[in-house]
Design a protein around this ligand. Structure first.
Ligand code: EPZ
Length: 417
């Protein structure tokens, strides 16, 4: 295993480019299962999770070719409908193959993903929706056994907004007979991107980005080419890193329209965020203001930015209340930040951050993807040296984060643990 060693106290300056969005690339690569022939996807990030999903697609019989950030997938030779336990447990987004396999083969056998560090992560709404489309679902020996002679359009209502639930059912419905309506659907940009990719394949989807998505089933889809949208969470992570080091950076290739809630909260905290012709300019400040944040489904403040924003609040000049409404256990980073001197009190779904204590370097352990990012950001701001172990968590969702931050003047290096 490896760790990242960070020398704190260096301002970030210069220009950095963001990669394609992990959470858009995952469902879009999977959507190739719905077609026969070569699909070409551009701006695909090189991440552990992307390598995992490519391995799963190959196991299902697809051909996958990668050249830099271009990935080509041909699912003509689909010859399996099983997503095995050892793969799904390493990446729960593998459940996204459920919908396409049912739509294409009428059969799917997918290991139940189980929980993860941030919560139980149930998929009951995925399964309920697939049953409403006519699938027969049973749970046996830790596996979801799903089959459907044919899927029929239905009215589906999500009790809770679910991103991959919306994506799974969208992909199941595109070849179903008749019209499917998804109500209380997720509005994330990654959902919109998937709908755009599917429509380029010949699907008929309207309403993506609103709470009501309508899918009119078609006979078949054809392969296409598509460019993955930029990663709004990677972008937000760099913005906070600039904020905690009083830096001045330009972020290239990002999409400001996907960042409105993040930009708003950073500006409230005193960080300057300005759109320049070829990127986003982010300038830190000596005095960071404490700001309350509540995580919500898009377009609210993203839960995937909660841990990173908390570090900024540790350096602010007052009290801030950070409420996590999406996942039940997403304050794991708090105990590690406390070891760096942060003054944070967790009570239920809220964390009260008393800023102004400053942070000191320490040996800390990453537990999940975004918590790891917050520990690296804390290390950039801390006085002294921070060692973040188990960085395989961060490699799931960030492409060479230490190289990109070092390119901005951060003092980081990756060493064997
Ligand atoms: C997606 O996870 C993202 N992952 C997560 O990003 C992100 O944190 C999350 O959406 C929320 O924005 C991918 O897109 C691959 P949900 P997902 O279903 O789809 C409950 C990262 O760091 N729920 O929107 O699994 C669930 O328990 C990752 O990149 C049910 O109750 O999240 C949670 O409380 C972490 N039943 C809430 O809904 C279901 O069937 C939102 O979960 C499904 C979800």
């Amino acid at each position: 295993m490896e760790k990242i060693v960070i020398e704190g106290g260096h301002r970030l300056e210069g220009t950095v480019a963001v990669s394609g969005a992990k959470n858009a690339a995952l469902p879009i690569l999977v959507s190739a299962l719905l077609t026969e022939g070569w699909n070409t996807f551009h701006n695909v990030p090189d991440l552990r999770d992307i390598r995992t999903i490519k391995r799963l697609l190959i196991d299902l019989g697809a051909k996958v070719q990668t050249s830099g950030s271009m990935v080509e997938i041909d699912a003509s030779g689909l010859n399996s409908y099983e997503a095995p336990y050892d793969l799904v447990r390493t990446m729960r987004a593998s459940v996204l193959v459920l919908g396409p396999l049912l739509a294409r083969l009428g059969r799917a056998r997918v290991s139940l993903p189980g929980g993860c560090a941030i919560g139980a992560r149930p998929i009951n709404l995925h399964l309920k929706g697939l049953e409403e489309l006519g699938a027969l679902i049973s749970l046996e020996h830790g596996y979801i056994e799903a089959q459907a002679r044919s899927l029929k359009g239905a009215e589906i209502y999500f009790d809770v907004v679910t991103v991959t639930g919306t994506e799974n059912l969208m992909m199941a419905a595109v070849l179903a007979k008749g019209v499917t309506t998804l109500r209380n659907a997720a509005r994330e940009p990654e959902v919109v991107a998937l709908a755009e990719a599917l429509n380029r394949m010949g699907a008929q989807i309207t309403g993506a980005g609103t709470p009501v998505i309508t899918i009119t089933g078609v006979e078949a889809l054809k392969p296409t080419s598509f460019t993955i949208i930029p990663d709004r969470i990677e972008t937000g992570t760099f913005m906070v890193a600039a904020g905690v080091t009083q830096g001045n950076i330009k972020i290239m290739g990002c999409e400001a329209n996907h960042l409105r809630a993040i930009i708003h909260k950073l500006q409230q905290a005193g960080i300057t965020v300005e759109q320049e012709e070829d990127g986003l300019r982010v300038v830190g400040t000596e005095t960071i203001s404490s700001v309350d944040v509540k995580t919500l489904p898009y377009p609210g403040f993203p839960t995937d930015m909660q841990a990173q924003f908390m570090v900024l609040m540790c350096l602010a000049n007052g009290l801030s209340v950070i409420s996590e409404t999406i996942f039940e256990n997403r304050f794991i980073h708090v105990s590690e930040l406390q070891r760096m001197g942060a003054d944070i009190t967790v009570s239920g779904t809220a964390a009260v951050v008393r800023g102004g204590t400053g942070l000191t370097g320490a040996r800390v352990m990453a537990t999940d993807l975004r918590a790891s990012a917050s520990l690296i950001i804390a290390g950039l701001a801390a006085e002294g040296t921070t060692e973040v172990s188990r960085v395989y968590h961060i490699d799931r969702g960030y492409e060479c984060i230490e190289k990109k931050l070092a390119q901005l003047g951060g003092h980081l290096r990756r060493v064997p643990e």
